[in-house]
Design a protein around this ligand. Structure first.
Ligand SMILES: NC(=O)c1ccc[n+]([C@@H]2O[C@H](COP(=O)([O-])OP(=O)(O)OC[C@H]3O[C@@H](n4cnc5c(N)ncnc54)[C@H](OP(=O)(O)O)[C@@H]3O)[C@@H](O)[C@H]2O)c1
Length: 295
């Protein structure tokens, strides 16, 4: 099968690239070759690659900057997925698109189901939701995987920010009143291939929540990262991790308080049993520590 992977140089895309090779031949153009902000580039790229499966791991992911750059976020997160879906429908190709917990307002204490109403609280979430709707309303065979709190040993993410702060500062202050499930790229990439195999066999797709099991706050996640870094003898200056409230850490974009997903569909229809978020963290810290050991 000919697969077109978009966003192959992002945190998820980098890991997906190797894993997707199990399913077929993977073309992975760079942003220069295939620019999702430009419809002509998207159409040209699709017509040149003529994929049977499109995997869209590319997105405008800077949540705070999106507040000032709605137009570009909208082009990449909403308009481009619509064009991918139209092309897929017209050429009998399948589309795997990724989305986010930030489509929810995060009010309420229960885990979000796929059928729950999406009411984003920031522009990034609004543009990602518009992308979901465009894909869902197309006639393409599609799967939309929503994930949460994505991180990796590489890229720009919470884990890497915490490890940098813990090296530089004696005290780090971390938000305690937002909860979710930190999800490493290595797990999501492997799970995506399993999910895709089932989707391609049965053509039963739609929306699917995929994240690790268990729940924590950003504060709990930071504690686990720092404890794990200490266990691996990484040099740290941090002495105190202080829990704070969201109101004491103002950001340009609002965040949902509750980002926890209900994972029933993932477990029962796709037979994927996610690991606990703490267990999934270990290999990422091992990779980070190995890289730090190297001169
Ligand atoms: N990060 C999170 O916490 C999180 C949480 C939930 C869901 N998600 C979703 O998961 C998916 C993967 O996220 P990620 O964290 O892996 O993203 P990421 O590390 O920010 O990578 C995004 C990728 O998109 C590419 N891209 C951005 N603008 C582009 C454009 N105009 N044309 C072509 N490519 C473009 C980037 O290219 P360059 O390499 O050239 O920059 C990069 O390869 C996204 O759908 C995201 O919304 C992320």
């Amino acid at each position: 099968m000919d697969i077109l992977l978009l966003g192959a140089y992002g945190q998820l895309g980098r890991v997906l690239h190797g894993k997707l090779a199990q399913l077929g031949d993977v073309a992975a153009p760079s942003r220069m070759e295939f620019d999702l902000a430009r419809e002509d580039s998207v159409r040209r790229g699709l017509n040149a690659a003529r994929p049977e499966l499109i995997v869209n791991a590319a997105a405008y992911t800077d949540v705070d900057r999106a507040e000032k750059e709605r137009d570009v976020a909208q082009k990449i997160n909403a308009h481009a997925p619509a064009v991918l879906a139209q092309w897929a429908a017209a050429h009998d190709a399948a589309l795997l698109h990724y989305s986010t917990d930030y489509v929810f307002d995060g009010k309420g204490r229960t885990p979000h189901r796929e059928s729950d109403p999406a009411e984003p609280v920031n522009i990034y979430g609004e543009t990602k939701r518009a992308g979901e709707v465009a894909v869902a309303e197309s006639r393409a065979a599609h799967l939309i995987i929503r994930t949460s709190w994505l991180y990796d040993a590489q890229g720009a993410n919470f884990l890497r920010t915490i490890l940098r702060l813990a090296k530089e500062r004696k005290t780090v202050r971390i938000v305690e009143d937002q909860i979710g499930a930190p999800t490493p790229a290595w797990w999501l990439a492997g799970a995506s291939v399993e999910i895709l195999q089932r989707f391609l066999e049965r053509r039963r797709g739609g929306l699917l929540h995929a994240a690790t099991a268990g729940t924590t706050s950003w504060y709990g996640f930071a504690q686990a990262i720092i404890d794990g870094a200490r266990d691996r003898q990484l040099p740290l200056s941090v002495e105190e991790i202080k829990p704070i409230a969201t109101r004491d850490y103002p950001t340009p974009a609002a965040r949902p308080e509750n980002s926890v997903f209900d994972l029933t569909r993932l477990r029962t229809e796709f037979d994927v049993n996610p690991p606990h978020w703490r267990d999934a963290l270990s290999p990422v810290l091992d990779e980070f520590a190995d890289a730090a050991d190297k001169p």
